[in-house]
Every structure is written in C-alpha cells, then in structure tokens.
Ligand binder design. Sequence first.
Ligand SMILES: [Zn+2]
Length: 456
Amino acid sequence: MTLDAVLSRIDADLPQATERLLELLRIQSISTDPAFADHCQTAADWLVRDLQSIGITAEKRETPGHPMVVGHLEGDGPHLLFYGHYDVQPVDPLELWDRDPFDPQIEETAKGKVIRGRGSSDDKGQLMTFVEACRAWKSEHGALPCRITFFFEGEEESGSPSLVPFMQENAEELKSDLALICDTGMFESRVPSIVTMLRGLLGEEITITAPDKDLHSGMYGGVAMNPIRVLTRVLASLHDDQGRVTVPGFYDGVHELPDDIRSQWQGLAFDHGTFLGDVGLSEPAGEQDRTPIEMIWSRPTCDVNGIWGGYTGDGFKTVLPSKAHAKVSFRLVGDQDPHKIRNSFRQLVRDALPADCEVEFSGHGASQASTTETTDPAFEAARVALTNEWNVPAAYVGCGGSIPIAGHFQDILDTTPMLVGFGKDDDQIHSPNEKYDMESFHKGIRSWARILDALT
Ligand SMILES: [Zn+2]
C-alpha cells in the first residue's frame, strides 16, 4: 500500500531526519537581534538547499527584513501550502540553559527521548516534520500526491513585519486550496489537535483627568473630584456579578458552539482544578454559566492589564492626583467587531464621567477573531488521519491566544488555514532548555504523511 511504504520509509530514515534537524538547529537564526541577521540568511539558505535536495524548486526571497523561503512542487490534485518559521527566540538568560542552546543533543529523559536546543519545538522541529514527510513520500514514489507550495518565514518571533506585504505582493503565487500551518501543540500534551478558533485582541488605554494639577488632600480632599475614584468605578462596572462583560453590544457576533464541537470538548475531560491549581487558584472567574474550556477558547473577555495614578513610591504622600490611567484589553471571538466594541467601550466610559472630568483614549491594536469552518471535508479527513497515527481521538480545539498568520491566509489569500502541531506543554518554547519530544518529531512526520494521503 502506498501509505504503508511511506510510513516504513519514515521509520527507517528517522536517524537521518534527526541529523538534518540537528544541523538546522545549530544555525543561530534569532530574528529580533540584528547581530544574528547573517545567521537568518544561513538558515534560509540551508532550507533552500534542503528543499532542492528533494527536487523542489526553491529559492530565498529577500524582504526588507529577513528572507522568506518559497518552494514549489508541481503535481496533480489539490494545491496545498505549508507554512512554518525558521527564526527562533533569543536564548538569554544563557546561564539557565543546561547546555549550549545551539549545540542541540538528543537526551534521554524520564518521559522518553527529547531533542534539546533552541527552536527544536518552535518551530524548526515542527517545520521539518512536514518536509521529512514529503521527502519520504518522494523517495518512495518518485512524486508527491499533489501540488505543494512551501512557505517559510524568518520573522515570526519578531512580529512578522514583512509578512503581510509579502503575501499581498505574491498573492497569486501563494493562493492555494488549503494552508497547513505547523506551529501549535497537542491538547494537554496527548490529544492531537486541529486549532479552529483563535481569539482576536483589542487594547485600550484610558487617562481620566480631574483637577488640572496634583493637589494636597488636606487642602482639597472632600471637595475636589479624585480621578482614581472615577476610574476604579468605571473599571469595576465592566463585569456584572455573573462575570459577563457589560459593555453595550459586546456579545453581538458571539455564537454558540456547534453541537459537534461542544460534545468533542466535553470529551476532552479538561481538568480546570489542575489548570488553575498550577497558578494558585481554584475557582473559574469568567461567565458563571460557561465551562472553563469555553471561557478560554470560545468566549470573549475583558481584562484590566494595568492601573496607575497618584503616588506609588515608598512611604506615603497624601496627594489628590490630577490623572488616573488604566490599560484594558478584550479577547474577541466569533464575529465580534473590534471597532464597534472600541466605540461602545469609550461611550460607556464617557457616560460614567462626572462633572469636571475629562477622558483621553488611545487604542492599541484591534484584531478580529478567526474561526475556521470545519465543513471542508479536508478537516474531517485530517482529523481521522491524526487519530489513526496517535490512537487518541483528535479534536478541533480553540486557542486563547492569537496566531495572526491564520487570519492573513484567510483575509489576503482567501485560503483556509488548518493549524496542526505536535508541541507539548512542557516544551519550554521561548524559555531556557527548549526541547521537542522525539515522539512528536517521529509521529509528527508520520502524521503529515497520513494527512497527505487523506487529502489526495
Ligand atoms: Zn512559533
């Protein structure tokens, strides 16, 4: 059978595949630090050569920042695009690493073999799972089962400044039937997962001014309005007793979960006791009629991220301040419109201002949530393929954070993103001693082979 031969080839070639990954991990492609710009070029060159060694037409494409790597392999059937990033996070504090972060090694641990080194999980190891699956397929059958475009970025860890312009300028070339993105993890490190919901983000900074200068509370206290009093009242009013956000119209565009997703999530047996216990908490603080997993993945939030004003230094000063400030952010879901919510939030604050107070706002980003419809049969095919590889029912999951690339594929290329990844919770990405489980690497490669087989 076609697939069996590819899977056997993957198993047999694992030592060589590991060697190739170690080579890539030795390149110090830290994107945020200009001192490592040459290393980013080296990593891009390495990937171009590696893709070419499989017979893929690949080239380095310069941008104002670090280069992209784009490769094409013609073929019949659907056109798939694969995205990963070759840049990594800085390594400091270096003294907290047990080894040189760029001298990666295979280590035996209590939980099995791991590949230790910066970028092993985020994202070089994950990126190579797909490349190795293609290599095995090609060497077994001489050709891949469909047309594939490879798209590797070198600025993901530093805000992706060149990504949107590059996608816009090369939209025709990158447009495809499905964009596979490998930069996420497995639910609770054991359930293979396809991320279909990413929350959006809206940030607002408020400054409330009452008197036009700082005053002495002995002289003015009682008669002068204190802006901290106004600010705290407004902030306290943003949630009701049930944990719902009170900004008018806030829940417009928030949808109920489809039944199939709801039952999958119930089956995940998420233990919020452990999740909260790990950070010294016990009670979920969101909407009281929602499960904790809904609160994180499919419900919108409002959080005060910072609040300051008056005197906060050592000792004491009986100041009655002129200004009070806060930073407030909203995680958004479904079709919530960040601009409408911004306006509604600002109106709520203005309506709460007593006489003699003024407010100034400054916005900090506004991105809509992205939800991937799983109606395309490719999703169910990939889910079954993952289930078969891991012997655990794969799930469509949400992600509380934001992964902007997914939205860009949708908005700029009109291409549906499918996020599949094999990272685990203890991979320590962005931290010292980053690792990728050998199991993730090996089964990750096999998973892509199964997904390619299922999609073609
Ligand atoms: Zn990443």
